[in-house]
Design a protein around this ligand. Sequence first.
Ligand SMILES: NC(=O)c1ccc[n+]([C@@H]2O[C@H](COP(=O)([O-])OP(=O)(O)OC[C@H]3O[C@@H](n4cnc5c(N)ncnc54)[C@H](OP(=O)(O)O)[C@@H]3O)[C@@H](O)[C@H]2O)c1
Length: 351
Amino acid sequence: MAPTKLLLTGATGYIGGTVLTQLLESTITEIKQLSISVLVRKPDQAEIFSSKGVTPIIFNGLEDVEHLRRVASEHDIVLHAADSTNPAAAEALIQGLAENQAGIKATKYFIHTSGTSSLGDQPVSKKLIENREFSDKNDDIYSYLKQREAVKSYAQRATDIKAVEVGEKTSGVNTLIVKAPIIYGRGTGFFNKKSFHIPVLIKGALAAGHAQYVGDGAGVWDYVHVVDLAELFELLVSKILRGETSNLPSGKKGIYFANTLRHSWKELAEGITKSCYEAGRFGSPKTQSLSLKEAADIYTGGNEYIAEVGLASNSLTNADLSREIGWAPKMTEADFQQSLADDLNLTLNSA
Ligand SMILES: NC(=O)c1ccc[n+]([C@@H]2O[C@H](COP(=O)([O-])OP(=O)(O)OC[C@H]3O[C@@H](n4cnc5c(N)ncnc54)[C@H](OP(=O)(O)O)[C@@H]3O)[C@@H](O)[C@H]2O)c1
């Protein structure tokens, strides 16, 4: 029998690279038998993937939706880790999976990587206060996203909704969405090994001479180590391959969270400043509060909405469903604190 074919996007990136390594090093028999392809933009990177037993497919980018469709049509599972903010690319990949179905009985799967800023409130401007924690098992996350999107469009949210809705009306394709909070820790892929969220704040801290937070920094977010996250993707893929899908919700109910730790933005700034101070970069372990406008100018190209939901909001998720299907993250608070020093080194070395 021909092996199941999995297509991974974002394989040169932080998340996709770590997921690829997790799959390549998996001890699960069904995953070892997978045929894995990756979509890549650069021929020199393609050669490296070939040397690792992965089939590279050169493409111009996610904007070439016709090509995405064609490539997806030759696969059974698409794991999309390239861009959580591109509805057209998600749609093309799902529709592509639905093509070439003649004689194929197994359901195909689209696994989408997303984030949790789309759930974030606006505690600084006070335009939206959410005193709640979301559960991927007990709450209707899809309806909540729809309700938020009707008020304010946000690309990550629009892409999640698009994936669910295209999947629901596309026969033979199920969609799963992993909504990851802030991802920390060193990636294990062949190329980018660094997240963007915390390193961007480290860069800002190094430029200012102290770490920064917005307003009172009281908003709280969840965190997940990139390897724990990659294990969740591995688990989802293994369940699909083993046909253990009766307890694997998809579509509107197939939105999975991945939280392990929780910190306020002020605590994060304190952690960053401490690691910079201990590395001899700062004269004192000071932090600084920024206004929303100041934060937007420094970190988000002047966009105050993105600064607020991405750097100041509350976004509290409980991965009840992910844990129920067997996800067992291992990383601890000590790993998180250690990762701040590691991110500082990676940021200094890539400057
Ligand atoms: N890191 C986090 O904390 C976090 C949390 C939740 C969600 N996310 C979302 O997950 C996605 C991936 O994040 P990441 O941290 O892994 O980012 P990353 O390290 O920058 O990797 C992005 C990957 O996607 C590819 N890519 C991006 N835009 C593309 C385009 N237009 N056409 C073709 N390929 C493209 C890149 O390819 P090249 O190497 O060719 O550029 C790379 O392989 C992002 O949308 C991010 O917002 C991230």
